[in-house]
Every structure is written in structure tokens, then in C-alpha cells.
Design a protein around this ligand. Structure first.
Ligand code: 4AD
Ligand code: MG
Length: 480
């Protein structure tokens, strides 16, 4: 007997054959109609049980949340809402779910807030919203690999435990095997990391970029795709302490090439989602339409979810220098009316997400690539421009998200990089291997990092980054 997942069953629709399905009960109406979902698709299959033919004790075990196996004939459905259904000839409850306990969980059939779902993160993938988000997340990850593999990139695995701070921002989680109450001390009373597992201080990586650079300078075009960790105390809807980053790095590529790559890559991955995830996108789109109805008119979005995705794919990203952006912001209405929390009064100011979102959502009304930022608000490794004030940095800004990509052309000149590191207090001993790259066949090279969860947020329309990763890590939260 064929055991098919519901996705396959619904796409093949082998009418009048006997089929077996396994899944979790979403609803059971009139002791007769089971809506079964197995996670393969957002769609449930309706299974019709003639309850008079089965012992009452067995029927009573069919409850919301229970795992069941059902066998029967696939027929055209008489009812509305589905084309086909299964006329059940036999069934077996594989795993019970006590209705009294289910009532207390998010599995119970009523609207639960996203906050409530987060409190039961181990169950939330059984809801339509999280099923859809997590299937999309998986497809997007595949779309990422597909793009790079089809464009001559090699997948490089950057280490998770590192001895350096790739961003120089000091936001690292320490890795140690010491008993913190009883760690060996140096003569001056500090912790003696020379006696630790790696004979030195180590931390979880904040970015695989520096290692990716070394591999690009041997394999030509590489990308990383892995978890990265930041101990930044940001409780926002865009920040996680553990997030997945995609970091391509390309030898002999300058900032223009880097911008082209970022734009082409993002469009291609979004197109992949549009081509392969229509059922889930449709569901999430309707979810947003419902959510919008609860908002005041001026906060509702002008486009539906899929319209927004098409809009990104079909339009050229606007490329603007930091200097131009500052001019626009300085003269903008919210700045003059003191509506920005951080007013813009001079060149050199770091841009906050309120500014990025103004540029994207109000001014240009399309994705924007800002480039040539002031050197002192960006990381040490970025290529210094001839003006000696700005660096070849770029950020891709998205509507609703703000920064989705950060990248740059890298400083390939040994002396310039060394001076910069000294000026920014980056310890040379720790990064001599990185400097060495500039000694042995240095070349122009560039890359960027895309925060995978921010991409998933954009594509699914989810407002909070905690709702696009299975088990979010944020300040004060690592329960599951
Ligand atoms: O701009 P960032 O810090 O750049 C880098 O890490 C570079 N080393 C990348 C490179 O050039 N190879 O981070 C890159 C992207 C951001 O644009 C954002 O999308 C995401 O990573 N990101 C975060 N996502 C979720 N939570 C956080 N705390 C994030 N911090 C950065
Ligand atoms: Mg950045």
C-alpha cells in the first residue's frame, strides 16, 4: 500500500485508489470529518469516517493534536473547500493527545497571538502560520545554495569557534572550558586563558568574513552560510543573538561588482520563493491582509505580500552615496519637524533604522543600496577611498526591514590596513594571518553578508524576527 505525503497526494490525485496518510488532526467535526495535516503542505486533507462502523473508544481517541494513520479510497469531494477527500476504511491512532491538556496549549482551535506562540515554541510549527514560515525558510535556504552553486561559487564552512573579532565591535560570546568559579589566574589576577582548552581566548564567530576572504583568495568565488552569534543587547524586531548569515566573497571584484552580485542574488532567491512556494505565500499574504484590517488606514500596506516580492524582483535597486543620503535626510520633513529620534545635522552621523526606513519607504520607495560611508563608522577592513574620508562600504536597505545586507570592497593594501587596525585598536597579533593575505598575491576583492532571517522576514511578511527562526535566541531568552 502506498503511503503518500499530503502534498504528493494532492498533486497527483490518484482518484479511486486506496491510499494511506499519516499526520496530525487539525479538526474533527460531527464525529465524521477529520482535517489532517502532515506538514508537507499548508493544505489539510479531509478524511471522512463513518463513525458507526468503528468502536466508540477508538473514535474518541481522534482529537485535535493526535497523530493518526488513515487508509481509504480517494474520491472527489461532495463538500465545499476541497476537491478530493478520503473515504476512510480503517484507521489507527498512533499518538494520543488529551483534549483537556490540548485546550491549554496553542494547539487549541482559536486565535493565539504570536507572543503566545513564542511561549510554546516547541508546538508552534503545528500552526498554519509557522508551518508556512518554516517551509519557506527551508526553500529560501535551498534557493541560496542554488544561486551560488549555479554561478560558480564554492560553499565554504567558516569556523564557529574563532580567536578573533571579525567586526571589531566586541560583541562576542566567550567559549571556555573553565569553571568560572575556579578559573586559573595569571600573576596580575586576570583569568589565565593560556591554560584554557585552546591555550588562548576564544569566542563564537560574529562573521565568517575574514576566513571567507582567505578562501576567496584561493578558490576565487566562495560563500558561507552558517550560524553567527552576537552578544549585542538589542531587543528589537530585527536582532537575534544567534542568526544565520550568508557571506559571499569574490576575488578580483570591486564595489560595483559587489553591488551587482547582491542585487542579482537577492532577486534570484526571492524569485525562487515566488516560483516554488505559492500556497504558503498565499496563506501568509491573507494573514497580512487580516492583520492590516486591525490597523489604522495610514499604516496599512499599499501592496500585498506577493506584490511586494514582485516589486523587488522587477525593479532596479536605487544606488545612492552616503553623502547624497545625508543631504536628503537633512532636508527631509521628519528631520525639520524633529520627528527623528536621532536628528541628522551633519555629515558623519551614523544612520539609524528610522533614517534607513525613511529613505526606502518614503523617499525612494524601492530597495536602496547606500555606499561610500564615512570610514570611522564602519569596520576596519573596508577599502579606503581616495578622499581618505570614506570607505567602499555598501548596505542594502529594504522596505519594512531596513538593513538586509552589509558589505564592502576589502582593504587589499598591507600598509593601509595595518595603519587602520592600529588606529582602531585592533590587535595585530590576533590577525597577522589576515594581514598576510595582503603580502602573498594580494588583489582587489569584495563581499557582503546577508542576514538570512531578515530575508525570511521580508519574504514571509512576519514583523518580528523571532517568528522566522525555530528557536530564537535574544537577551534573556534561550528556554527551548
Ligand atoms: O552588517 P554586518 O554586521 O556585516 C558583517 O558581518 C560583514 N562581516 C559581512 C560581510 O561583509 N561579509 O552583518 C551583515 C548582515 C546585516 O546586514 C543584517 O542583515 C544581518 O547580517 N545581521 C543580523 N541579523 C539578525 N540579528 C542580528 N543581530 C544581526 N546583525 C547583523
Ligand atoms: Mg551592517
Amino acid at each position: 500500500m502506498r503511503y503518500l505525503d499530503i502534498q504528493t497526494l494532492l498533486s497527483e490525485e490518484p482518484l479511486l485508489t486506496e491510499v494511506t496518510v499519516k499526520g496530525w488532526v487539525r479538526s474533527f467535526r460531527s464525529n465524521r470529518f477529520v482535517a489532517l495535516n502532515d506538514g508537507s503542505t499548508i493544505k489539510n486533507i479531509q478524511c471522512v469516517i463513518d463513525f458507526e462502523q468503528f468502536p466508540t473508544q477508538e473514535i474518541e481517541r481522534i482529537n485535535i493534536g493526535s497523530a493518526v494513520q488513515l487508509t481509504g479510497t480517494l474520491v472527489e469531494s461532495q463538500g465545499q473547500g476541497q476537491k478530493v477527500e478520503i473515504q476512510v476504511s480503517s484507521f489507527q491512532v498512533l499518538g494520543d493527545a488529551d483534549p483537556e491538556e490540548v485546550k491549554l496549549t496553542i494547539l487549541s482551535p482559536k486565535r493565539h497571538s504570536l507572543e503566545k506562540l513564542r511561549e510554546q515554541a516547541h508546538l508552534r510549527v503545528r500552526t498554519n502560520t509557522f508551518g508556512a514560515v518554516m517551509r519557506l525558510r527551508s526553500k529560501l535556504a535551498f534557493g541560496v545554495h542554488k544561486y551560488f552553486q549555479e554561478n560558480g561559487f564554492y560553499y565554504m564552512h567558516a569556523p564557529i569557534i574563532t580567536g578573533s573579532d571579525a567586526e571589531g565591535a566586541g560583541e562576542m560570546f566567550r567559549v571556555t572550558t573553565f569553571d568560572l568559579n575556579n578559573a586559573p589566574l595569571t600573576e596580575d589576577g586576570g583569568i589565565d586563558y593560556k591554560q584554557d582548552f585552546f591555550d588562548k581566548e576564544t569566542n563564537l564567530t560574529v562573521s565568517g568574513q575574514l576566513e571567507a576572504e582567505t578562501y576567496a583568495m584561493g578558490l576565487g568565488k566562495v560563500y558561507t552560510f552558517g550560524p553567527t552569534f552576537r552578544a549585542e543587547n538589542s531587543n528589537t524586531s530585527r536582532h537575534l543573538a544567534e542568526f544565520w548569515m550568508i557571506e559571499p566573497e569574490v576575488a578580483f571584484c570591486d564595489l560595483d561588482g559587489n553591488m551587482d552580485l547582491a542585487e542579482d542574488f537577492i532577486k534570484s532567491v526571492i524569485q525562487y520563493a515566488l516560483d516554488n512556494c505559492d500556497d504558503d505565500l498565499e496563506f501568509l499574504e491573507n494573514r497580512l491582509i487580516q492583520e492590516d484590517k486591525t490597523k489604522p488606514q495610514n499604516e496599512r500596506s499599499e501592496m500585498t505580500l506577493r506584490e511586494r516580492l514582485h516589486f523587488v524582483v522587477d525593479n532596479t535597486f536605487k544606488r545612492v552615496t552616503y553623502t547624497e543620503a545625508i543631504d536628503i535626510l537633512k532636508n527631509s520633513k521628519p528631520n525639520k519637524k524633529k520627528k527623528f529620534k536621532f536628528p541628522i545635522d551633519e555629515w558623519g552621523a551614523d544612520l539609524q533604522s528610522e533614517h534607513e526606513r525613511f529613505l526606502v519607504e518614503k523617499h525612494f520607495k524601492c530597495p536602496v543600496i547606500l555606499f561610500d560611508y564615512p570610514a570611522n563608522i564602519k569596520a576596519f577592513y573596508m577599502r579606503l577611498n581616495e578622499d581618505e574620508k570614506t570607505v567602499r562600504a555598501m548596505d542594502v536597505l529594504f522596505p519594512g526591514i531596513g538593513e538586509i545586507v552589509g558589505g564592502s570592497q576589502r582593504e587589499e593594501r598591507y600598509d593601509v590596513l595595518l595603519d587602520k587596525m592600529k588606529a582602531m585598536d585592533i590587535p595585530q597579533e590576533e590577525l597577522q594571518w589576515y594581514l598576510d593575505l595582503r603580502k602573498f598575491g594580494t588583489a582587489v576583492h569584495s563581499g557582503f553578508g546577508l542576514g538570512f532571517e531578515r530575508l525570511v522576514q521580508f519574504v514571509t511578511g512576519m514583523g518580528n524576527i523571532r517568528d522566522v527562526i525555530p528557536y530564537p535566541r535574544t537577551p534573556g531568552n534561550a528556554k527551548f
